[in-house]
Design a protein around this ligand. Structure first.
Ligand SMILES: CC(=O)SCCNC(=O)CCNC(=O)[C@H](O)C(C)(C)COP(=O)(O)OP(=O)(O)OC[C@H]1O[C@@H](n2cnc3c(N)ncnc32)[C@H](O)[C@@H]1OP(=O)(O)O
Ligand SMILES: O=C([O-])CC(=O)C(=O)O
Length: 370
């Protein structure tokens, strides 16, 4: 008889990490020791990416060099563009992105350089290139041409410019940047753990990231931000939220954007993202969307007392910014590439093959007749 089986590894501590600390008791999240709310209020996403990878915030000179490295690698390689063009529009954008990242890996002659410097360089490359992949995929779905990157713009302004062909107001750029910071890292979530499992076999960084993108796609994880918007579309308006929810709960549906494996009293990131959403509601004059958001949340609290997670405010925020619903989870990838790769480097620095045990419950030993 083996140890007690913990389905879904719930509550199991599998390793140390110095990248981030999720504390459900204090409802807090620290990146390398800094509260995420402080980072969201005072830093750019580029500064946070640097922090996650290097353990410290950059000096002005370090930030300038880092920004230069990111800005100079943003363009979509022609081979990657050609492969995206080959993919049908029936493909989910997460599958397009997974494929495009895989192609970048296959084109990199140094794919097998897993030194700390090699992996850091690959991480910056992916940070720089993923927005071009996501933005181009959004545009081609609308019959629009590629917009080239603009090296005079920061990460978020450039991302939005490449997607929509112009830089929106500061309110929108700031809300997008805050969402990137909040989505950047969250300890041993399913996709990060996937990346660490792949890394533990000594496979390369690109393989680990491609696997992580697959893990993030599911609606119990990153796919929930897209699913939240489908729920909003299904409900339609605030006055229908109560009846819709009662019906959904009676049919044992999981309500997307609510609940969390670690936080049981609310997701530490929600208040910050909700504030960003409120600025967007005002910017786009959409009190109807706020009313629906509030009605579903309040009814969920009254019926189940299950709190919203980060995907709940992020979904409608990305909708207001103008992204098609199926692009929401790729936006999560654009942020989480920082956390995934920080964990890949941490895993390699102190590696042990990840290989748990199982308790066999199939047929007793038996033999072929004759
Ligand atoms: C950025 C992120 O990845 S955050 C997560 C995003 N995912 C979602 O929003 C999907 C919806 N949420 C869920 O499915 C779950 O809350 C999860 C998967 C996130 C966490 O699940 P777990 O930790 O395994 O909790 P579990 O599923 O055991 O839930 C405990 C109880 O709460 C219920 N519950 C949890 N979340 C929900 C929900 N969203 N809707 C309805 N009921 C829920 C479960 O049905 C279960 O009830 P029971 O004890 O009567 O069976
Ligand atoms: O931590 C988790 O399980 C899921 C999550 O919120 C994240 O990855 O941001």
């Amino acid at each position: 008889m083996t140890e007690e089986i913990r389905k879904g590894l719930a509550g199991v501590v599998v390793d140390y990490t110095a990248v981030s600390k999720v504390n459900p008791d204090t409802n807090s999240l620290l990146y390398r020791g800094y509260p995420v709310q402080e980072l969201a209020a005072n830093c750019t996403f580029e500064q946070v990416a640097y922090l996650l990878w290097n353990g410290e915030l950059p000096t002005d000179a370090e930030l300038a060099a880092f920004e230069q490295a990111e800005r100079s690698q943003r363009a979509l390689d022609p081979a990657v563009k050609r492969i995206i063009d080959e993919l049908p529009l029936t493909a989910h954008p997460m599958d397009v992105l997974r494929t495009a990242v895989s192609v970048v890996g296959a084109l990199d002659p140094s794919w097998n350089d897993s030194s700390p410097e090699g992996n850091l360089a690959k991480s910056v490359t992916l940070l720089a290139k993923i927005p071009a992949m996501v933005a181009y995929d959004q545009r081609r779905r609308r019959g629009q041409d590629l917009v080239e990157p603009d090296a005079s713009l920061g990460f978020s302004a450039n991302f939005l410019n490449m997607t929509f062909g112009s830089v929106p107001s500061d309110v929108v750029v700031d809300a997008f940047d805050v969402s990137m910071i909040l989505y950047a890292e969250h300890s041993f979530n399913a996709s990060t753990f996937t990346a660490r499992v792949v890394t533990s076999t000594l496979a390369d960084l690109y393989s680990a990231v491609v696997a992580a993108i697959g893990a993030l796609k599911g609606p119990l994880h990153g796919g929930a931000n897209e699913a939240v918007m489908h729920v909003f579309d299904e409900i339609g308006s605030a006055d229908r939220a109560e009846a819709w929810l009662d019906d959904a709960l009676a049919s044992k549906r999981k309500i997307m954007g609510f609940g969390h494996r670690v936080y049981k009293n609310g997701d530490s990131r929600v208040p910050t993202m909700k504030t960003a959403l409120d600025t967007l509601i005002e910017e786009y004059d959409r009190p109807d969307l706020l009313a629906l958001y509030t009605a579903l949340d309040e009814t969920m609290q009254a019926r189940k007392n299950i709190k919203p997670n980060l995907d709940y405010p992020s979904g409608p925020a990305y909708h207001l910014m103008g992204f098609d619903t199926e692009m929401f989870t790729p936006l999560f990838v654009a942020a989480r590439i920082t956390g995934w790769t920080a964990h890949i480097m941490e895993q390699l620095a102190s590696n042990a093959l990840i290989r748990p045990l199982s308790e066999y419950n199939g047929p007793e030993e038996r033999h072929l007749a004759g």
